[in-house]
Design a protein around this ligand. Structure first.
Ligand code: HEC
Length: 199
């Protein structure tokens, strides 16, 4: 005797009980979501980020107006803008630094000093004791070798050498490139006066 025989006619006329089954999504929706996920993963991994987004691509408005993408380096780099972006937080807009913490760039003997030394300071940074205008500082000047191009370093150095009554000659991009090449194996900042005075 099988189960069917156990049902009487009235029971056979009944509809089966509704049930909530787990229904899978239609295949084309699953495929679309999968394709979108793959596309976004590939898009993110293939996107080349050459600079921080807030820096833009460093092209001046004049260049953008010409719509010529290859003209990037035809406009002089604005050293003042580099200073605003990368130095002002510590050395301050008036070049006076913060007493006891960040040394002044105005009337600093280092800023007026040998261009090679300045190039080294900017590329590799400083820690340890550094005397500026008779005051000993013991802070950390960050290295900019991975953050600024040779042209930008030359421009910002030229800028600080001509601000706040500083009157030293401009620094050329070629010098920065030479110093960068000559010190390319250096991994640590300079140990203040001790190392910098020997350069
Ligand atoms: C995070 C803070 C900080 C930033 C940002 C910074 N500096 Fe410095 N800088 C210092 C400190 C601190 C010293 C002194 C290092 C020491 O005490 O060993 C110094 C020293 C210097 C010196 C040599 C001493 C002097 O006062 O003349 C120069 C030149 C200099 N910085 C230029 C720059 C320039 C140009 C930038 C921007 C590209 C910059 N710094 C960004 C903190 C900073």
């Amino acid at each position: 005797m099988n189960d069917n025989d156990a049902l009487n006619d009235a029971q056979k006329r009944e509809k089966i009980d509704p049930s909530e089954e787990a229904k899978s999504l239609p295949w084309f929706i699953t495929m679309t979501i999968g394709a979108l996920l793959m596309w976004s993963a590939i898009y993110i991994s293939e996107t080349v980020m050459i600079a921080a987004p807030e820096d833009g691509d460093n092209r001046a408005p004049q260049v953008l107006a010409t719509n010529d993408c290859s003209a990037t380096d035809k406009v002089a780099i604005d050293g003042g803008a580099v200073f605003q972006g990368k130095c002002v937080a510590c050395h301050q807009a008036n070049g006076q630094g913060i007493p006891g913490v960040f040394p002044p760039l105005a009337a600093s003997e280092w800023v007026a000093g040998k261009p090679e030394v300045l190039a080294n300071i900017l590329l590799h940074g400083i820690n340890g004791k550094l005397t500026v205008k008779g005051v000993v500082y013991n802070g950390q000047m960050p290295a900019f070798k991975d953050l600024l191009t040779d042209g930008e370093i030359a421009a910002v150095l030229t800028h600080i050498r001509s601000q706040w009554d500083n009157k030293s000659e401009a620094i050329d991009e070629k010098l920065i490139t030479t110093v960068r090449d000559a010190t390319k194996d250096r991994a640590n900042p300079y140990n203040g006066d001790e190392e910098l005075s020997k350069l």
